[in-house]
Ligand binder design. Sequence first.
Ligand code: HEC
Ligand code: HEC
Ligand code: HEC
Length: 421
Amino acid sequence: MLRFQAAFRSLLACALLSPCLVVAQDAQTPAAPAAVGEPAPMPTAAERGKYLADAGNCLSCHTQAGAVPFSGGVAFETPFGKIYSTNITPDTATGIGRWTADDLRRAMHQGIGAGGMRIFPAFPYTSFTKVTDADVADIYAYLRTLKPVRYTPPANGLLFRMRWPLMFWNALFFEEGRYKPNPTQSTEWNRGAYLVEGLGHCSACHTPRNRLMAEQAARAYEGGAIQDKVEKSKTRRWSAVNLTSAKHGLASWSVADLTRYLHTGYSTRAGTFGPMNEVIVNSLKKLKTEDVRAMAVYLKSLPGREYSGETVSAEQAKPGESVYEDRCEKCHSSSGRGGIFSGPPLAGSAIVQAEDPASLVNIILYGPETPKDVTLGAWETMPSYADVLSDEQIVAVANYMRGSWGNRARPLTKTDVTEQR
Ligand code: HEC
Ligand code: HEC
Ligand code: HEC
């Protein structure tokens, strides 16, 4: 409430002092302590910047399949229509060739582009605002080394051609500010928090959003949902799991499991199979082990709120048992613990117990999509069941898994499955 009032007051002040509507003046920001902002010394700013651009996964969002990296034009589906990423190569006509380092800093810290144009939060400046000035300067140095590409992405959907409403959105939901180290925590924890909350923008997918697409800060990392591309021009809804240490989140993962999963796409707890593919292949895989480990350390410290809603009853779990025995037990075992040579455990799985079962239904319907440079240990390959199981059977087997082996989650309904077909 207080924050809302403060936001409203500053909005009012802005309305009265009209110049601030166009471009807010940068606040003076003190330099962050060395422990947080700087990766180990590397020869040039551009090389440091490349590493940081990897950590921010600029590549995934700014590169269409088969196109020159960073040339933009990737479409994002939102409830308000389509929005396209921009060309961030240094082309002077269609890219950011005329931008200064300060322009990039204002874009990443305040969501304001060159010329004062407000940027939509599909560009995660709500997270990038945490990145130090020095790191943004390095990213700028790196982007300057790219080959300019002349390409203009398609025009946004109608609602995304109006940029003035962003002024209100920012006043309500956006808090500008660099990452503030927590002195009661270790250097490693702080490094992890800096990467997860800043460049890593994990909350963009893993935090639930409100109707105006703003992340709900009070429920940070408790699981979100996104629309993501699958094939050319087709998209599918996915749920991103709860990353807190709740039992339906990452309670059963160790720091080592999480480090390994984030760095390679595979751990004995789970493998990547959906939108995490790009996060891992284009970003996390390229980071140093100690940085990925720091992220895991931070994530494992997030306290979880245990699930207290409706749970699958014994009667609701029963009908799926035979489907599970016929189709799934071979790899995931009757105890739900999986096997080193067959598949991951489903007992304690965040995917199985997710409040929003979109990703659970996706993996059953379509099977996992494993990137070619990810090896899932010695596991077998999970098939797809879209043509094998009916919607009722998928509901049944999902409810069996959600009500067995200590798992707790609400029962699925048929629409949970039909929506994903
Ligand atoms: C989650 C997807 C996503 C990620 C990650 C992302 N961007 Fe973007 N970016 C976008 C979208 C979408 C837009 C267009 C927003 C709009 O039109 O208002 C954009 C716009 C921009 C702009 C504004 C350009 C202009 O011409 O106004 C810049 C600069 C930019 N991104 C740089 C970066 C950098 C640098 C990184 C990595 C550190 C990055 N982006 C990561 C999605 C992303
Ligand atoms: C041939 C072996 C095999 C069979 C049969 C199989 N799976 Fe899997 N399953 C796997 C493997 C391997 C993975 C990991 C895939 C990845 O991460 O890319 C997996 C992943 C999963 C996951 C994701 C778990 C997590 O926490 O990330 C779920 C849920 C799942 N399977 C459910 C099922 C269900 C339900 C069935 C039966 C209808 C089934 N599987 C049949 C091998 C199998
Ligand atoms: C583009 C959206 C997106 C972003 C960004 C993202 N995630 Fe995910 N994440 C997902 C989705 C969707 C899943 C479900 C499984 C999958 O895609 O393989 C997931 C699954 C996971 C899992 C659990 C895997 C399992 O099978 O139980 C972990 C751990 C995870 N993400 C960590 C992270 C971290 C750490 C970051 C930030 C560096 C991050 N994610 C950024 C969408 C995202």
